[in-house]
Structures are given as C-alpha cells and as structure tokens.
Design a binder for this molecule. Structure first.
Ligand SMILES: Nc1ncnc2c1ncn2[C@@H]1O[C@H](COP(=O)(O)OP(=O)(O)OP(=O)(O)O)[C@@H](O)[C@H]1O
Length: 602
C-alpha cells in the first residue's frame, strides 16, 4: 500500500518491522522494488526467499515476472512455474503472450492466443474486495452491477473532490506514473495493445510480402498445438483492433473526466452521481452539444449573459441529458436560468406551454418537497430541485425519491453569496430593535426595504407599530389567502418595487416562495431560526443586509456568524469565539415559540 502510494521507504520500514514475514509480505516488497525500477533488488529478494525456504506462490512469480520482464532467464522460469501450478491460468497465459510480444516473438503470441481459444480459457478480470459490516463485496474495474452503485459512485466522486481540494493535481499524474505499478489487468491491457499494434503491423507486412504463416513450436507445454491458421489469426487481429479502439475511447473518456474535474474545481462546482455530464465551457456549447435553437442563444446575448454561471455550466447539461438533479448554489447565482433553459429547449411550443406552466409552478412552490417530488413520479418527467440551501434531510429525501440523480453544489453547501454585504447590529433588547429600525428609517431609508420577522403575529405587531410612522409600509404573511399569496409577486410586488410601498414586512415562509428583485436593503428584525432561513432571507436581492440581535440571541449567534465569515464578511472575533449552544439541535421550535409570544414592545 505504501509503495503504491509512492513511498518505498515506508513500505520497507513496514516489511522489516514485521516479525516472520509471510509470502504475501515478501511478494509485496518484491513488487515494490520492481515498481520503483529496482530490478536487481527485486531479484535479490527473490533469491533470498528461495534460500530462506519460503515457498513462492503464483502471485510472487506473476508479479515478479511482470516487473522484471527484461530479465530473460527469470522470465522463462517464471512462465514455466506459473503454468506448472495452473496450466489454464488465464493471467499467466496472457502474461506469457505479453512477454513474447515484448521481445517481438509474434509467432509465439499467435500460438498462445489460439491455444487459449481452443482451451476456452477466458481472461478473468482482476477483482478487488472490501469488507463492510462482516459482508464481503467483490468488484472489478468499472463494475456497475452492485445494487448501490449510484451511492458508491457518488461517494467515490466525493473522495475524488476531497483529493482535489487537498491539492491533488491530476496533471501531475504523469510524473507519478514512472513509479506507479499498474494492476495486472491494467498491465495486461497496456501490453495487449502493444501486442496488437505490433501484430497488426506484422500481419500487414506479411500480407504485402505474400508469405504464408508457418506453424512454430512454442513452449513445451504448448507443443501439441501445431496448427495456427492465418485466417484465424486475422480474425483475432480484427477482434483485437476493436478491443484497441475501445481502449482508446476509454482513455479519451478518462482524459475528459480529468479535464472536467479541473474545470469544475476552477469554478467551485462539486458534483456527485454516476456518469455526470461535462460542464458547459460556454453558451455556444448548447448549440454544438444539444442543438439549441438559435433564438435562445440570441436572447441570452441580448440579455447580456456572456458566460454561464457555475450552476448553469453544470446543471444545464445534466438536465439536457435527461438526468434528474438536485442542486445547491448561493442566492443570485443564476439558478433560474439553470432549470429554465433546459425546459425551454425541450418545449415544442414554448409560448403556449409556458403560460400554463408558470401558473402551475407558482402554486407548486408553496407545497412540500415530498409531495412535489412524489406527484411528479411519471417517468417521463425530469425532476429537479434547486435551492440556495440544502439541509441534509431534504437531500436524503431527494436521493430516495429521485432516480439516479446528480447532485450539484456550487461553493459550499448552504452558504450565502460572497457578493452580499452583511452587517450585525446589536440592539440589546426588543425595545432596542424598534428604536434601531426607526432610527435607520429616519437617517437613511433607502426603499424598497424588506423586513423579516419570525412569526405572523410578530409581523402584524410590527406593522401596527410602524403603520402610523411617516413610512409607507405593508405586510405579507401566511394569513393572506392562497390567492393573495400567489398573486402577490404580480400585484403587490410591482407596487413595492415601484416605490409605492417603502417597507415590506414579511415572514420566513414568504422568503422561501418569493423572489424580490430590486430590493435595496434587507433587515432581519428577528433572528432567523436556523442558518438556512438566514441564507434564504438575505437572498432576496439587495446590496445591504442587516441582522439585528439582542442579548437573548447571543447563544444562537455562532452559526450565523460562521456563515457570514465563510462568505467573506467581517465578523468581530469575539462573536466567532462564542461557545456553541448546547441545545443547538432543537432551538428552532423553541425560539419560534419564544418569539411568538414575545411582544415587540416591552
Ligand atoms: N449567465 C448569466 N450572466 C449574467 N447574468 C446572469 C446570468 N444568469 C443569470 N443572471 C442574472 O443574475 C441574477 C440572479 O439570477 P437568479 O435570480 O436566477 O439567481 P438565483 O440563484 O435563482 O437566486 P435566488 O436563490 O435568490 O432565487 C438575475 O438578475 C439574472 O438575470
């Protein structure tokens, strides 16, 4: 393991600190030496184990001979010994054929390959295993048969991202490859390709010269095989060149995966899921990859959208590939276009179909995620979930309900946008809050202003307090009829943004369902009941965000302070050092009730 990770020193240390190393340990060290190009050290060790009367096994011979392949004597002996142990051993036969190919002995290669065919020996893919909760799971390269393959590949993608986050640079891999040992299967594939290349070349040569193939005796064990027809050799060449093409394709796919990973890293995109499509480099790719209608691209240009935002780069191809998707990206990061663009591209008559859709969608916005996702269980519907926050329980439900979904996270999950200016304002008490808001309106009221409170009772109460001040104020909460709530964005929102209403008081419920573009300032009058509520509140447009807090809020401040600091805002160090509140798991309900009964004024 240490040697595979590049540290021969550690590998040797582990070996020499093992009391009575068994053949597995010996074989591992031999492989390590060979892997690092230390053929003589590997050979010395091999001789040593013979002298120590340790019996080499098949793996010792196989591995040793793979890496010490230039040593003629050992190569031959290794081959004979392997076949003595198991004459039908596919790995050994392939290895032998590769060894012959290495030294240009094409006739032996052809004999061996035909013999394998005659004996019905099939190449067994190398397998790995892992034990999880007393159960052994066996798998091979690119295995997709496991019932939980989606989760497994998602996890692998996460591990890959962690490696990238910790500085692993796939471009540097070439350097490591000099000392990297390939698994037997990989080794075989590389060498098989060389065999095929050489073989194809030699077959062509033969054809040109018009010479007939000869039957050549090979190793003793194969002498019985005397007839090798040229035609069967050619068929084999055809098969192998198909195989070669497949491998070339695979290699190109792997390169693409690495390019995608680097590109995603540059744009802070994190994905998991099986076979995630490449992100978009530009909007033009919508045309070349997905045949996007030209009018859409024209419209994007007219809107001044030159480059896709990170969420658009990844989510659009996912949806256009017909995959379901759940995504989390900061507020204002362009999520709307990320799901609207694929929809527009799939609609046959966008104008007609959209007018019906927009009404349905408004209504659906207010429903629970579960019922929305379940209702859309028709397999022809591609479901997607876009949000600025993605709590774990929502993510778990989405994974359960969606089929083979791709997860896309831009930046860190549940983070506020880095472009939003956030300010913490200490007001001491409830009375202090009222004073502070009145003072700020008197000094610098810059409408439209959105004010968030935790409950409809408190929203109504604050409205009552401020209604008689010299401020044009309105309130929206869940006591309004469904129709009013649905219509709000169209009617009241217009009035609000047009400046007829200066201050709009709202609750968290409203913050999640509406999109208040053009707001200048967001005041969090009440402390949000969780960090994700805060992210949604401050996502409602506006360059300036203020969060008022009192003595009572201090124990709950840490999460929000962390969030602010993570999105680049200045937070006093004393707040960052606050003790984590013990009741952190259940504060929301508690605080909600507390605030519900807490009056706006003392
Ligand atoms: N590719 C782009 N280039 C430039 N501007 C864009 C691009 N995509 C979207 N925008 C603009 O960015 C703004 C924010 O977009 P949008 O409302 O879709 O963000 P969002 O992530 O949905 O935010 P929220 O979470 O608040 O709903 C909009 O004004 C939109 O017109």
């Amino acid at each position: 393991m240490y040697a595979k990770c590049g540290s021969l020193k550690q590998a040797r240390y582990v070996f020499y600190s093992t009391q009575n190393p068994d053949i597995v340990s010996w074989s591992s060290l031999i492989v390590s030496y060979a892997q690092f190009g230390l053929g003589h050290e590997a050979l010395n060790l091999f001789i040593m184990i013979r002298n120590l009367d340790v019996q080499p096994n098949e793996v010792t011979y196989l591995r040793f001979s793979v890496h010490a392949v230039t040593l003629d004597l050992w190569r031959k002996r290794a081959a004979e010994n392997i076949l003595k142990l198991d004459p039908c051993n596919s790995a050994a036969l392939i290895l032998l054929s590769n060894i012959h190919a290495y030294v240009g002995n094409q006739k032996e290669v052809a004999i061996l390959r035909n013999l394998m065919k005659e004996m019905g020996v099939q190449k067994i893919p190398g397998q790995s295993w892992i034990e999880v909760k007393d159960q052994i799971h066996v798998f091979f390269l690119e295995d997709s048969s496991h019932s939980q393959r989606g989760k497994i590949y998602m996890m692998l993608e996460d591990v890959w991202l962690h490696m990238l986050d910790h500085g692993y640079d796939p471009c540097q891999r070439k350097k490591i490859e000099n000392v990297k040992i390939l698994s037997v299967a990989e080794d075989e594939s590389v060498k098989t390709r060389e065999v095929v290349e050489e073989k194809t070349a030699s077959t062509k040569k033969r054809k040109r010269k018009g010479t007939s193939s000869e039957t050549v005796a090979g190793f003793n064990v194969f002498r019985s095989s005397t007839s090798v027809a040229q035609s069967s050799g050619e068929t084999q060449v055809d098969e192998e060149s198909i195989e070669l093409n497949k491998k070339k394709k695979k290699k190109e796919q792997n390169r693409q995966l690495e390019r995608d990973a680097i590109f995603r890293k540059q744009h802070n995109i994190h994905v998991s899921g099986y076979n995630v499509p490449s992100p978009l480099q530009s909007f033009d790719e919508l045309k070349s990859r997905y045949n996007c209608p030209s009018y859409l691209l024209r419209n994007l240009k007219e809107l001044g959208f030159r480059e896709p935002t990170p969420i658009q780069r990844q989510a659009i191809p996912v949806l256009l590939d017909g995959r379901e998707c759940f995504a989390c990206a900061p507020t204002g990061s362009g999520k709307t276009l990320a799901f609207v663009c694929p929809m527009l591209m799939k609609l046959k008559d966008p104008e007609k179909e959209l007018s019906i859709w927009s009404w349905m969608n408004r209504i659906k916005l207010f429903k629970q995620i579960d019922s929305v996702l379940k209702a859309c269980s028709n397999p022809s519907i591609i479901r997607s979930l876009f949000s600025a926050t993605l709590p774990d329980f929502v993510e778990d439900r989405a994974r359960e309900l969606m089929h083979d979904a791709v997860r896309v996270i831009v930046g860190r999950k549940n983070m506020a946008s880095e472009t939003i200016k956030q300010k913490l304002v200490f007001t001491g008490s409830e009375d202090g809050k009222l004073l502070a808001i009145r003072q700020s309106f008197a000094e610098s009221l810059n409408p439209p202003v959105l004010v968030f409170l935790q409950s409809k009772e408190r929203a109504k109460e604050l409205y009552g307090e401020l209604a008689f001040d010299n401020v044009r104020i309105d309130v929206i909460h869940s006591d309004l009829s469904q129709q009013e709530v649905v219509l709000y964005p169209f009617e009241h929102h217009k009035i609000f943004i047009a400046g007829k209403t200066w201050v709009l008081i709202a609750t968290d419920v409203v913050a999640r369902g509406m999109d208040f573009k053009g707001v200048n300032c967001v005041i969090n009058y009440d402390f949000p009941d969780c960090a994700s509520a805060y992210v949604h509140r401050i996502g409602q447009g506006g360059l300036e965000k203020r969060l008022l807090f009192t003595e009572e809020d201090i124990p709950f401040l840490r999460n929000v302070a962390n969030l602010m600091a993570a999105s680049g805002c200045e937070v006093p160090s004393c707040l960052m050092e606050l003790q984590k509140k013990e009741v952190e798991e259940a504060p929301a309900q508690k605080r909600f009730n507390l605030n519900k009964t807490r009056p706006i004024t003392a």
